[in-house]
Structures are given as structure tokens and as C-alpha cells.
Design a protein around this ligand. Structure first.
Ligand code: SF4
Ligand code: SF4
Length: 412
């Protein structure tokens, strides 16, 4: 062996084997340092810590999959194209995962109980806890799912709830919630189990965010800075709307009113077809998915607000509050009380209704968007309001069908 070969670290060897350049790796370290709240300057420390971690003991992880579609496992295990994240995920020792472990049956369950007995591990929970039928709604390895969660979480150094289902019950806990599903925080609190919990919502979880949290934990031995919902503040602190590449169209009052329309082709703002970006806080437009290739709005779908999973609320989870996904916001929430926006607005003042549901249009009416596309369709409600204000409304909406569709049974 040459001197040069002997100085190559295990991590560098892995990177080389996968064709990942040192430069790409360092860029990744900068992103991780920023997401973990350490700042860009800490990138060399991140790189050094990662080098050290690959040479030492790997962090034991037990990954439980409860009521879920396995989307978060799928999102995290993007191994078809090996990337930096998959290299870094080799920093952990995934001792138990119903989906990814090669072992099965008794030997897999033994790996879980051995890990718990040895201590010093992190529990990652994907999916909702099923409390229905006395916990028998979900059984794994002959155990009630609820017992499995209790046993795995109570001795963990930390619990990471990945994906919106683990955070507030998600799809499974949507009304009428027949299986009595809930998020991990609510369940452990009710069971009197006190353990540090970190919530990473979205559907599915973004693997880079999970990696950032794990790296932070491996490096500093502590969880990153969390907000009042135990979510990493640096990841869930800015609105989708603020970082959205379609934001200019929102400001110009240029909206998509129907999928398949000219406006959609032009990449206009998706607010009128239900985008929840303005009330959703997550770094989706910055981090993106699938090796940063794209994200929901860029792929043409309105944001459905999946990052709004809230572990502090026990009624009406994110699915209840964000539906219907392809219409503008149906409910206004004040604490745990819900109002239909339209009757309230109509009662108080019609202007409030206009402000709530036609904000983008209001900007156009105010003249801030002079020069916007002349083929922009206009809803009959908007046209009426313009007329009442003594302003001239466009006379030839090109999508009459759309106007009818979005005013029929609409939210005003
Ligand atoms: S409403 Fe949605 S599509 Fe429009 S700018 Fe905001 S986040 Fe982007
Ligand atoms: S853009 Fe919206 S719907 Fe898409 S993952 Fe982010 S929060 Fe969820």
C-alpha cells in the first residue's frame, strides 16, 4: 500500500467509490451546516465530524414503521442513484427497520431489543400511532403497535418523528379517524413517557432534513434548535410563499384557474387552485426533493400544506384543516375553533372576504400590477366587485368554464 492510499479516510474511500468529488462533498457539508443551524463557517467542522464518525462507532437507529404508506422510508432510501445523503446515512447503524432490514422475523426483533438494551440509540418513527381496538389496529411481530412504540421510545436518547403522519396522525387521523390514530408526541405524552422529540413533517419527509438533524446529533450530541412544535426552526421558519419561484406571478395577480389552461402552461401562481404556500412554513422551495431536482409547486402541484402538521393540537389535524386541497382555504382557525371564511367575512364585511380570498386579485385592482397578462381570466365574483368599485372589468374572460367551476360551490 502506498503512503497516499493509507491516508485516505473511510469516508473519502466511500465518496471515491461512488464518484463523489471532494468539492461536491464540501458543498453538501455547507448545506448541512446551515440547515443544522451552525452557519456556513462550520462546514469544515461538519466535514471533519463526518470523517471521524465513519471511523468510529455508528449511531444505532431503530426505525419503526407504523400506519403509513412507507413514503418516508422510500424518500429517505433513495439509493437508485447513490448521492451524498446516502453516503452520510452510512453514518448510522440502522439496526431495525421493517422495510429496509435484510433480517426478518425473530432475528430482526432481537436486533431491536438488543439495541434497546444497549442504550444510546435514536428511535425514528414513521407513520401514525394506531390506538384503536386497544392498540390492536396495528400489530407488528406479535406485539401491539402501541406497546412497540412505548417500549422503543421510552429508553431512546431521542425520538425523531418523520413525516406528517408521525407528527400529527396525518392521513390516517383525518376525520372521522375510525382507527383513533394520532401523532407520536400526543401518544407519548398521554402515556407519560418523557423523551426528547423532534418533529420533521411533510409528506413524505425530506431526506436532507433528516440527515441534517442526524448529523447535528452525531456532531454535537444534541438536537438542533427547535420551535414550539419541536420542529427545527431553521427548516420550518420561512413560508413556502416567500421562497416560491411563482411569487412574482402572485404579485402580478396572474393565477392558474384551471389545470391544462394557458395560464398553467405559463407557470402562473397556483393560489386560485388551492395553493397553501402562503400559510405553510417549510424550506421546500430551497431544499427541494430528489437530489434537489424539484418540489411540489415547481412540478406543477399546488402546495397542499403538509408541513402544517401540528403535534400540539389534538383535534383537526393538517389533513382536516388543509382540505379541500385544490380549492382556496375553506376554514379559518382561531385556536381550536374553526369558521367558514365566507359567512364570517360576509357578516362582518364583504371587504374582508375580498381580502381573504382575492388577495392576489386585490393587488391587481390596486394598480400594482399594471401590465399583467391581458388574457388573465376573471372570476364573476371578482368582476362584480370591480364593477361595484366603479372600475372597469375585463370583458372577455377566456375561461368561462373555469369561472363557473370556481364560483360554483366555491368558498365565498
Ligand atoms: S400561492 Fe403558491 S404558487 Fe403562488 S406564489 Fe405562493 S407558494 Fe407559489
Ligand atoms: S411544498 Fe407544501 S405540499 Fe409540498 S412538501 Fe412542502 S409543505 Fe408539503
Amino acid at each position: 500500500m502506498t503512503t497516499e492510499e493509507s491516508t485516505i479516510s473511510p469516508l473519502q474511500a466511500r465518496l471515491d467509490a461512488r464518484g463523489v468529488s471532494r468539492r461536491t462533498f464540501l458543498k453538501f457539508c455547507v448545506a448541512i451546516a446551515v440547515m443544522a443551524g451552525l452557519g456556513k463557517a462550520a462546514a469544515p467542522d461538519v466535514a471533519q465530524a463526518l470523517e471521524k464518525s465513519t471511523s468510529g462507532k455508528l449511531l444505532p437507529v431503530v426505525w419503526l414503521e407504523l400506519a403509513s404508506c412507507s413514503g418516508c422510508t422510500e424518500s429517505t432510501a433513495q439509493v437508485t442513484t447513490p448521492d451524498i445523503a446516502s453516503v452520510v446515512l452510512e453514518l448510522i447503524s440502522l439496526n431495525y427497520s421493517e422495510t429496509l432490514s435484510a433480517a426478518a422475523g425473530v432475528s430482526l426483533d432481537k436486533a431491536r431489543t438488543d439495541t434497546i438494551a444497549a442504550g444510546g440509540y435514536v428511535a425514528v418513527i414513521e407513520g401514525a400511532v394506531v390506538r384503536g381496538w386497544d392498540g390492536n389496529g396495528l400489530r407488528i411481530g406479535g406485539m401491539k403497535g402501541t406497546d412497540l412504540v412505548k417500549e422503543t421510545c421510552e429508553k431512546a436518547d431521542a425520538v425523531i418523528a418523520v413525516g406528517s403522519c408521525a407528527v400529527d396522525g396525518g392521513w390516517q387521523a383525518g376525520y372521522p379517524n375510525p382507527a383513533d390514530c394520532c401523532g407520536v408526541t400526543e401518544f407519548l405524552k398521554a402515556e407519560g413517557i418523557s423523551v426528547p422529540i423532534i418533529n420533521i413533517p411533510t409528506c413524505p419527509v425530506n431526506p436532507d432534513w433528516l440527515v441534517a438533524v442526524l448529523v447535528d446529533y452525531i456532531m454535537l450530541g444534541k438536537l438542533p434548535e427547535l420551535d414550539d412544535k419541536n420542529m427545527p426552526s431553521l427548516i420550518f421558519g420561512e413560508s413556502i410563499h416567500d421562497n416560491c419561484p411563482r411569487r412574482g406571478h402572485f404579485e402580478n395577480g396572474e393565477f392558474v384557474y384551471q389545470f391544462g389552461s394557458v395560464e398553467e402552461e405559463k407557470g402562473y401562481c397556483l393560489y386560485a387552485v388551492g395553493c397553501k404556500g402562503p400559510q405553510t412554513y417549510a424550506k421546500c422551495p430551497i431544499t427541494r426533493w430528489n437530489e434537489s431536482i424539484s418540489w411540489c409547486v415547481e412540478a406543477g402541484s399546488p402546495c397542499i400544506g403538509c408541513a402544517n402538521a401540528d403535534p400540539t393540537r389534538t383535534t383537526r389535524n393538517w389533513v382536516d384543516t388543509m382540505t379541500p386541497f385544490l380549492k382556496r382555504q375553506r376554514n379559518m382557525r382561531i385556536g381550536d375553533l374553526y369558521f367558514q371564511a365566507a359567512p364570517v367575512a360576509a357578516t362582518v364585511t364583504g371587504i374582508v372576504a375580498a381580502a381573504l380570498v382575492c388577495h392576489g386579485f386585490g393587488m391587481k385592482a390596486a394598480g400594482r400590477t399594471k401590465g399583467g397578462a391581458d388574457f388573465e381570466p376573471i372570476r364573476t365574483y371578482d368582476a362584480k366587485k370591480l364593477k361595484q368599485a366603479g372600475k372597469e372589468a375585463p370583458t372577455t374572460p377566456i375561461n368561462e368554464g373555469n369561472v363557473e367551476k370556481f364560483t360554483k360551490g366555491g368558498d365565498e
